[in-house]
Design a protein around this ligand. Sequence first.
Ligand code: NDP
Length: 693
Amino acid sequence: MLRYATEDDRRRQIIEATIETLAEVGFGATTLALIGRRAGVSPGLVSHYFGDKDSLLEATLRHMATRVGRTASRRLSAARTPAERIRAVIEANLAPEEFDRRTGSVWLAFWGQVIHSQRLRRVQIVYQKRMLSNLRHALRALVAPAEAERIAVATAAVIDGLWLRATLSDPHETDSSAARAIAVAFVESAVEAAVKAGSLPAPRPTRMSNIIRNHVGGRPIDAADRKTFETVNPATGEVLAEVEIAGEAEVEAAVAAARAGQKKWARMTGAERGRVLKRVAELLRARNDELARLETLDTGKPIQETSVVDVLSGAECIEYYAGLAATLAGEHVDLGPSAFGYTRREPLGIVAGIGAWNYPLQIACWKSAPALACGNAMIFKPAELTPLTAVKLAEIMAEAGVPDGVFNVVQGFADTGRLLTRHPAIAKVSLTGEVGTGKKVMADAAATLKQVTLELGGKSPLIVFEDADLDNAVSGALLANFYSAGEVCSNGTRVFVHRSVKDAFLKKLVARVKKMTIGDPLDPKTQVGALISAGHMEKVLGYIEKGVAEGAKLAVGGRRVTAGALARGAFVEPTVFDGCEDGMAIVREEIFGPVMTVLSFEGEEEVIERANATEFGLAAGVFTRDLARGHRVVAALEAGTCWINHYNVTPIELPFGGVKRSGLGRENSRAALEHYTQLKSVYVALAPIDAPY
Ligand code: NDP
């Protein structure tokens, strides 16, 4: 403990010296040597603690952002009303200490660099997200969710603008207290105007339970600093629960629990582990309805999907690996009469799983099932937008007899994820997320040479040849774009249709899209539910606007849905763009919403080349009656998973994963076992050693 305290002190001292140096000489002239001199340590010691200059600067920015975050948390916990909470955020961000010349110049130096450095940008995004989420939470108690989002964004901009103006201009123009008064007046008038215009807050929650805690060592634990975030039903804006954030203390507790649990778990035979996992699968099936409902509330996905896919596909996966657990084996190697060799397939130890928000429970199962079957312990972090069902999985694991510490859930934002990806005791990390996050995770994992499995984004092609059964191809295109409101990584959002059948295809497609039912996700008739959040809806609508501006033609959809109670949620019509060109942003970038782009082509070689002209390589689909062509084309497509005359089916027996920037490694099937085990080779001598000495 003492050693850590000293290391921490030393790190803080170096960070303080970095702040002083930045304030004095600016970004470009700051060097490790200058910082070391100021801190009274050698440049070598600075790099021992922080690696290179970029890592030290990132740690310094994180330190400054955390300081503001802590001040905000302190003030927020003392606030009693929503108005006081808004003031608390403003006061923390425009506090007098953020205005002093030294701190101001360092913040300015960092913000200037953010556009050049992805690492600093990431810290800035977390910082901004936190400010926005605090404002949004307080505002939701005063106005409707959409208005709360709008006013939160505007207030954050006012705060940033005031700070910037004050820092850059004459010191007497605006000081901290004047800036705070202006920001408070701004929010008050915006809220007043919204209320006058009839904007009412969403009904307050019937809370599922007061607080969701981190699940460590087989039980919920209290978080040391009690910081929480809210999880919201994106269909109504209703707060579902408050969730405690795991910081260093909780991650350390999870690692300690996993270490102890894994030893016990790995000593069991594969057949014994399989038996326990089979019980987990049975419990998941038995609780399908309750879990599907919870998943629908947390994600906004229609109950008609979650009740037949999300929970059951997770259960199927656990059942599959329960069966494989007893089959794990090494190899016997004949080395002649005087020796033989064999290999042992051993677990890696403690592994981390980090999940995305689109299939929260399924992702938790896809990662934990092979990991646990192979004798590892897992620490899983769900996306902060969907924290609820992973905790249920942990409870079910405990009930089924999985030893304490073998499956732990820690909650939080990217900071919590990083505590896992950087932890020296964790041997592997499996991430499902965006390409940018994958790069970060891989870089962080490199410091301790962790293995990684990365399931990342895509912009997959779906090719419809002129001989395809068009009704079938339309069914495939619908499945490839509108399931889970389009929030599926493998979606075939670039639909290439042969010029000779494009009009007929489009006519059938539009007619079927028009019949789709958008509505309350809990209504079994609803086919299209809400997007994951108001923020994500804005991103999707932004892409639709961009598509129109770039000259694509809206064939159907394109608008937010605000009829009746849906106005409270993040609903967007299933949208089809015709007249698309390969270079358009809507054709190149992952939108992760219900937006299909239709492109036309003439030749097989041409379409293969265009389909492959992307940095992604997650999936691809081909519709044709000519099976020889089907096989020929998928062989030429650069994608990890391909379908011929179908789309988006992912049986557990087939490997799933991407090529190019869409990922590394595979989930599902026997292939995943390779990623959760390591081989030990053993040489056994059968004759005396023939030593030459
Ligand atoms: P993100 O990449 O934003 O987040 C994924 C997870 O990583 C979250 O739990 C997030 O935490 C965490 N995280 C973010 N930054 C870091 C970091 N630096 N270190 C460690 N952890 C971090 O993805 P989304 O949740 O937005 O999911 C959508 C993306 O996931 C899409 O690109 C989609 O294509 C992809 N996806 C891929 C799949 C596949 O199998 N290939 C399947 C499903 C989705 P938090 O969000 O809590 O801040």
